[in-house]
Design a protein around this ligand. Structure first.
Ligand SMILES: Cc1cc2nc3c(=O)[nH]c(=O)nc-3n(C[C@H](O)[C@H](O)[C@H](O)COP(=O)(O)O)c2cc1C
Length: 237
């Protein structure tokens, strides 16, 4: 399998360890590309909107964002590993997700995302992981990913992996390995109902917009060029 891994911290701590346990449990022979945030995307989205209005390649941070997006598109399995910060994902992970908004289904989706599996690995001192997981899952869903699975590890005994009791470390390893086994099968998932529903809704919205607008927006042009909607014949000017 081709796998892209995004880790939302540069610490070689618990997030890193859990992610490594997960990858090792997948076995050998995979082509794995890894990105660590924020070093692989140091800038926040500045809100210039050039991606929406013109072209994502003109984003001031395209040199960082485009390779990550291409790597996601070329992969079978997408892995997002993040610690929980203030009950959410880290700001650097959110920054990447913000940069990918242009590829949400309401804007310019890429159909290659429909056949991806995604894994979200979170950890926190306590048991509450849902907020961080849904920060990532919401974006993945709108990017068109059909199968999204989550694993949340409550460290419970502390925040330094080596200082956790042997029993806790073993429990975390066992849980993570068991979870990883679900992803050994490389076959792509079926298009999920939610993704199909969102795509159908967006297609309707774009078809209506394309009928009304004399000069099509970058988003509308993309939908027409992709053949997702029919071009509407209208007099220009
Ligand atoms: C700034 C910051 C905020 C955190 N917020 C929470 C939190 O809201 N809830 C929680 O249970 N753990 C929280 N943690 C703990 C982390 O989720 C994580 O378990 C810990 O940082 C260990 O992972 P790491 O070694 O990869 O950094 C926080 C840690 C940091 C550094």
């Amino acid at each position: 399998m081709k796998i892209t891994v995004i880790t939302g911290t540069e610490q070689k701590g618990c997030t890193y360890r859990i992610k490594e346990i997960f990858l090792n449990a997948l076995g050998t022979g995979h082509e794995i590309t890894q990105y660590y945030l924020p070093s692989d995307l140091p800038d926040f989205c500045c809100g210039c909107k050039i991606c929406f209005l013109h072209d994502e390649n003109l984003c001031p941070h395209a040199a960082h964002v485009v390779p990550i997006w291409n790597s996601l598109l070329e992969s079978d399995l997408l892995v997002f590993a993040s610690p929980v910060y203030a009950l959410r994902t880290t700001a650097q992970m959110k920054s990447l997700l913000d940069h990918l908004c242009v590829h949400w289904m309401v804007h310019r989706p890429d159909e290659r995302m429909f056949s991806k599996k995604a894994v979200i690995l979170t950890n926190a001192v306590g048991p509450i992981q849902k907020g961080a997981q849904s920060d990532i899952a919401t974006s993945l869903r709108w990017l068109g990913v059909s199968q999204i699975r989550t694993l949340g590890i409550g460290l419970m005994e502390g925040i330094i992996f080596n200082q956790l009791s042997d029993k806790r470390q073993k429990d975390i390893t066992r849980k993570t390995v068991k979870f990883a086994k679900k992803f050994k099968n490389p076959s792509p998932p079926h298009n999920g109902l939610k993704v199909r529903g969102l795509f159908a809704l967006c297609r309707l919205l774009h078809q209506q917009a394309a009928r009304k607008e004399v000069i099509l927006s970058a988003d509308n042009r993309y939908w027409v060029e992709k053949g997702f909607i029919k071009p509407s014949i209208k007099k220009q000017g």
